[in-house]
Design a protein around this ligand. Sequence first.
Ligand SMILES: NC(=O)c1ccc[n+]([C@@H]2O[C@H](COP(=O)([O-])OP(=O)(O)OC[C@H]3O[C@@H](n4cnc5c(N)ncnc54)[C@H](O)[C@@H]3O)[C@@H](O)[C@H]2O)c1
Length: 322
Amino acid sequence: MTAPARVLLVGAGNMGTNHARVISRSGDAVLAGLVDPREHVGREIAERFETVWHPSLPDLRDVDAVVLAAATEAHYELAMEVLGQGVPLLVEKPVSDSLLRTREILDLASARDIPFMCGLLERYNPAVLTARSLITDPFHISATRHSPYAPRIRTGVSWDLLVHDVDLALLFMGSDPVAVDAKLGHFHPDSSPDSEDVAEALLEFGGGGVAQISASRVGQRKIRHLSVYEADRLVEIDLLRRDVTVYHHVSENSADGAGRGYRQQTIIEIPELITSNEPLTTQFERFLSIINGTEDAAAERATILPPHRVIHQVTSRDQGAG
Ligand SMILES: NC(=O)c1ccc[n+]([C@@H]2O[C@H](COP(=O)([O-])OP(=O)(O)OC[C@H]3O[C@@H](n4cnc5c(N)ncnc54)[C@H](O)[C@@H]3O)[C@@H](O)[C@H]2O)c1
């Protein structure tokens, strides 16, 4: 039996608190410390999960891995520091809000073959895992991820929200897009002028597949919806409620003999989910498997850059448009 991994958590905000819960409940890891510059928040969360608080990154010699859930703006410096010391790292999405810096971080992890993961959490949503087990030949994807405004998020909605569904579209289609088009909208008075509130992206894949992805942080309710079309079925995924519905159209005709109204026959299936595990737990278990070598670290690293590259294309188009 191997000793539990000593995991240091950086960031005690919304996501950091969830990571603290998952790490401290794991039978294969211990929460070896919590870093956050906000003393009262850091101390309170550290106390709740029975660990020690640090105002900044401590000496990592005693640590087997780091989970980085600080604000996105702080990822680059912290990730470079952790990887510079050769310590495995799970960094929240996005790795950084710049393709250049994301590449730099990934290059360092690859050059030293350090286990590295990005918290693209929807990959581990039970509804997504179930849909992926059903879908074989998608040609059209439509995704909507809308949220009410959250002033604490300083990056644009593309790096913050769009990245999740871009990542899923790439996974479902099984390739990177050959073309990316986008329109961005700036609406909220509290957003910084260079961070957009709405992003509408259109991705084209080799062979003609198309994905239309909508992200907004100026909505009035949380929507997380994905429709994936194949030749003979539509798979609808509600990522919030974590359910999957499969539709197969059979026939349509008029509702009465005189040709008035509309009648359609559709077969609807509700498949059993293949897991009910919390995505953050599944993701963390995968991170531990990558660290102990039962999952391929290089293959995992190779999945991280493509969605970041697409988000770079989406946000650069805005600058192009002036
Ligand atoms: N995977 C997901 O579904 C998901 C969901 C929400 C947020 N996130 C990501 O998680 C990260 C944190 O988001 P959040 O919603 O928890 O934000 P938050 O504002 O609630 O928390 C951020 C925390 O980081 C801390 N921090 C800032 N600079 C730091 C530094 N140098 N060292 C240590 N801590 C520092 C802040 O004090 C704060 O406590 C972001 O990168 C975000 O994109 C991911």
